[in-house]
Design a protein around this ligand. Structure first.
Ligand SMILES: NC(=O)c1ccc[n+]([C@@H]2O[C@H](COP(=O)([O-])OP(=O)(O)OC[C@H]3O[C@@H](n4cnc5c(N)ncnc54)[C@H](O)[C@@H]3O)[C@@H](O)[C@H]2O)c1
Length: 341
């Protein structure tokens, strides 16, 4: 019972796998159980380097499978749950919302409820923590011209089936705290970038398409603004919230780097130009403006004053350094992918 076991869900995906690498390095004494369904977005290659360690355990399965989740609790007795598992791509949620409701709402409910039952039965509420990984998208959109930022007190106004499913999960998690006194925490982060991301989201899509000479799709006028957070900074924030956060609270996590999509794409082209010694124009001429996504949120910006003030967390990665590392990582991967047998 005293051994610290973390159940990480969705640990074969982008942020979850980076978090597992982070935790295995920082807390080598912890046991890690990774429950992942291995959808198109999950990739066991993301766990290379940790998957052979004795304190790492992988279970393939769905967070919505109650029997399986109960079995995992009985077998491993996790004291922490970090729930990353989700369908995470807005465009896919517009095409087919149902799986988003199944995984993000129902799945979260199952894992939350099993954790509650298990921790209550074993009198673990005092030391256990359930950390729900959420998103700034639950707050909706801000106008481009405003200076406003979302705080943890901002109303939830999700605009896509994806963000609506994440907001629903947040409300369930909150209700378990209020109703049952369950030890929960929620983090809402801005757009992450970094290694190990499936190349359908903006950063890895642009890098991998550029390297293959394919069009670089930019929605609408390209002026939509996102606040970019290096994935390792998100991991350090999640770590601090898990260990020091106040039960029942929500913490925003942002990088303080607001970029227009088109400027970000140009920056990636410039980094690729330096890296491959091809003229930057070769990459920039691939930029193609495409029809805007329906209900496309214009601007997201997060106030991170609370986590700074209460937990002393700050993002540390310089934005350009982080983007350089990310481009280099995908460059190495894409080369091996392009030239494989
Ligand atoms: N990527 C971002 O910029 C970002 C920003 C804010 C919040 N988030 C949130 O962070 C979390 C992780 O995001 P990501 O970008 O790493 O996602 P991802 O799509 O890269 O990975 C999701 C992982 O969850 C797994 N999964 C999906 N459905 C499952 C199910 N039913 N049971 C078990 N596993 C399942 C997938 O196989 C995959 O490994 C999500 O909850 C997302 O909403 C992401």
């Amino acid at each position: 019972m005293n051994k610290k076991t973390i159940l990480v869900t969705g640990g074969a995906g982008f942020i979850g796998s980076n978090f597992i690498h982070y935790v295995m390095k920082k807390y080598p004494e912890y046991e890690i159980v990774n429950l992942d369904k291995l959808t198109y977005a999950g990739n066991l290659e993301n766990l290379k380097g940790v998957d052979d360690k004795q304190n790492y355990h992988f279970v393939k399965g769905d967070i919505g499978n109650r029997e399986l989740v109960e079995y995992i609790f009985e077998k491993f007795s996790p004291i922490y749950v970090v729930n990353f598992a989700a369908e995470s791509h807005v465009d896919r949620s517009i095409e087919g919302p149902e799986i988003f409701i199944k995984t993000n709402v129902y799945g979260t409910h199952v894992i939350l409820d099993v954790a509650k039952e298990y921790w209550q039965k074993n009198d673990m509420f005092n030391s256990a923590r359930f950390l729900q990984i959420s998103t700034d998208e639950v707050y909706g959109s801000l106008p481009l011209e405003s200076e406003e930022k979302f705080t943890e007190e901002s109303p939830l106004k999700p605009n896509s089936p994806y963000s609506a499913s994440k907001a629903s999960a947040d409300l369930l998690v909150r209700a378990y705290y209020v109703t049952y006194g369950m030890p929960v925490l929620i983090t809402r982060s801005s757009n992450n970038f970094g290694p190990r991301q499936y190349p359908e989201k903006l950063t890895p899509l642009i890098i991998t398409n550029a390297l293959q000479g394919k069009p670089l799709p930019v929605y609408g006028d390209g002026l939509n603004v996102r606040d970019w957070l290096y994935v390792e900074d998100n991991c350090s924030a999640i770590d601090i919230v898990l260990h020091k956060g106040k039960i029942g609270e929500v913490y925003n996590i942002g990088g303080g780097n607001e970029w227009k999509n088109i400027d970000l794409v140009n920056l990636i082209c410039e980094i690729l130009g330096e890296l491959t010694e091809k003229p930057v124009e070769e990459y920039k001429k691939l930029i193609t403006f495409v029809k805007d996504r329906p209900g496309h949120d214009r601007r997201y910006a997060l106030s991170i004053e609370k986590i700074k003030r209460e937990l002393g967390w700050n993002p540390t990665e310089d934005f350009r350094d982080g983007m350089n590392k990310t481009v280099k990582w995908f460059f190495a991967k894409t080369k091996s992918y392009l030239y494989r047998e």
